[in-house]
Design a protein around this ligand. Sequence first.
Ligand SMILES: CC(C)(COP(=O)(O)OP(=O)(O)OC[C@H]1O[C@@H](n2cnc3c(N)ncnc32)[C@H](O)[C@@H]1OP(=O)(O)O)[C@@H](O)C(=O)NCCC(=O)NCCS
Length: 294
Amino acid sequence: MESDSNMQLTDGTYPVDLPVNDYNDLSSNPEEHFSYLDKKKLLNLPQNEQMNMNQDNIGLLPLFDDDECTPSLVILHAPGDETQVVAVYLHRKWWSVDEVLKTSSKFRSGLVVVGSIMERIVLFLMSQIVFGFLERTPGEHLYFSPHPMKEFAKIFWQDGEAVGFYTIKKKGTLCNRWTGQSYLLPVLDNVFVRMQWRRKGLALQMLEDFCSSFPKEEVVGLSYPMSASMHEVCRKYLQIHQEQRDRLYEVESPGDWSQRRNVWLKLQLNHHPTNSEAHESEQLGSSSNEHCNK
Ligand SMILES: CC(C)(COP(=O)(O)OP(=O)(O)OC[C@H]1O[C@@H](n2cnc3c(N)ncnc32)[C@H](O)[C@@H]1OP(=O)(O)O)[C@@H](O)C(=O)NCCC(=O)NCCS
């Protein structure tokens, strides 16, 4: 069996640093790709492991929630387990998920607005693969829906790696494809920090960044339902920024006054989940409110 060692480039360039003008340039043309697979190849993985590539462990993941013509990402997953994504096919090469989340650009540092196609893919991987499967804690009950193609988002880059992100539903953007309703205020929709970088103040920085981005808005929102950990981030934020206590609301879309609950008041009244309650509700099989993204 032929061995294929093109898992990674060795010059320190990562997929996000390579230019892409169009989603079609990602070489995710399924026909081309699957005919390549007919040759039955082995993929070299980090740590000297090898994986047999065949039709059964290659999948296509739609990148966006917008419409049926959404571009897809070609992924390699563990045999029999589509949730264990091992590698991603980009720029005509296979890359581990960790490599796709890296950058060699010094300009990607701190919170950076998602602009390029490759940054969209980094956002997708963190939201759907890393948070969705690879770094899922037992008892975690939240999932993020794939983000629309044009959704405003920032990635937190640290030491050459994407370590977290947040997305915003801007005031005036449509709530979904089925109703004509649009958001009545800016809403912080999804927030995520990778496991290894948690409890280092990154979510707090993202919340501060979001709240300070809309100085003219009397009220800003956080998408309902907020996780137990996010309630604690808000508590810390509102202890530091007391002047924001009247301004931060948990909201359901589109966010009229009957759909807003003041976060500080909720915390004072203990009307919020704790991490242990979230775990219990998962064990009891509760499946309400799993999706943070509406
Ligand atoms: C929620 C989340 C984004 C927090 O990210 P983070 O970078 O670890 O949070 P921070 O380090 O900024 O936390 C700031 C403060 O919030 C509180 N806090 C954060 N996570 C907490 C937790 N799990 N338990 C208790 N308090 C917590 C602490 O007071 C913390 O300050 P400290 O570490 O000095 O004590 C992260 O846990 C995550 O990605 N969770 C999964 C996705 C999720 O729940 N997203 C929110 C959707 S609504």
